[in-house]
Design a protein around this ligand. Structure first.
Ligand SMILES: Cc1cc2nc3c(=O)[nH]c(=O)nc-3n(C[C@H](O)[C@H](O)[C@H](O)COP(=O)(O)O)c2cc1C
Length: 169
């Protein structure tokens, strides 16, 4: 089965997550392809979709939202999983609660109605040079930690779950 693992990224960590998901789906026997959503020219060629975006200001990046808008009818007819790459893992102490409140905000902002099997909010990579001065000050005030916060075992497990579901459809 042809599966698109499509992504929108600003600094690359979402692309690497998409590539990892793709390699795991391929290892499970699926014909998966990881592509930037801006470069997909024949969406109809895919029988299933795993779509993700970096999160800025609690929202997906514009090219990813544009893909959902453009292919609304197609996505409604095929299995879809979605993932958002933000920084829940950077939050500490009482701020950890913010991660739980962010997820519904991100999903509500997606062009829809969008029907999907599951949404995951994953941690990506956050570095000081990615943020404007105001963001760096806020980050420090909140006691957040910089770094590569990706949870590869959890990503691999999710890919295995998706592959398992697709193998039964
Ligand atoms: C300008 C900017 C705004 C961000 N806003 C959010 C946000 O609202 N929520 C969040 O969870 N992460 C936010 N992040 C963190 C990024 O989503 C995270 O670093 C992610 O790994 C970026 O993915 P990328 O490397 O594919 O661009 C922001 C990062 C930047 C640079």
């Amino acid at each position: 089965m042809n599966v698109l693992v499509g992504y929108a990224t600003a600094h690359g960590s979402t692309r690497e997550i998409a590539q990892r998901l793709c390699s795991r789906l391929r290892a499970a026997g699926l014909n998966a392809e990881a592509r930037s959503l801006e470069t997909v020219d024949d969406a109809d060629a895919y029988r299933a979709f795993v779509l993700g975006s970096a999160v800025h200001g609690q929202a997906w990046l514009a090219p990813a939202k544009e893909f959902l808008r453009t292919h609304h009818d197609l996505l409604a007819a095929r299995p879809v999983w979605i993932f958002s790459v933000g920084m829940p893992g950077a939050l500490r102490g009482p701020w950890k609660r913010v991660a739980g409140t962010e997820e519904p905000v991100i999903v509500r902002d997606l062009p829809g109605p969008l029907s999907y099997r599951e949404h995951r909010l994953l941690s990506g990579v956050i570095a000081p040079q990615h943020l404007p001065l105001r963001g760096r000050v806020l980050f420090r005030l909140m006691g957040c930690r910089y770094g590569d916060l990706r949870d590869w075992p959890a990503i691999d497990t999710w890919a295995a779950d998706i592959a398992d579901t697709l193998s039964r459809t």
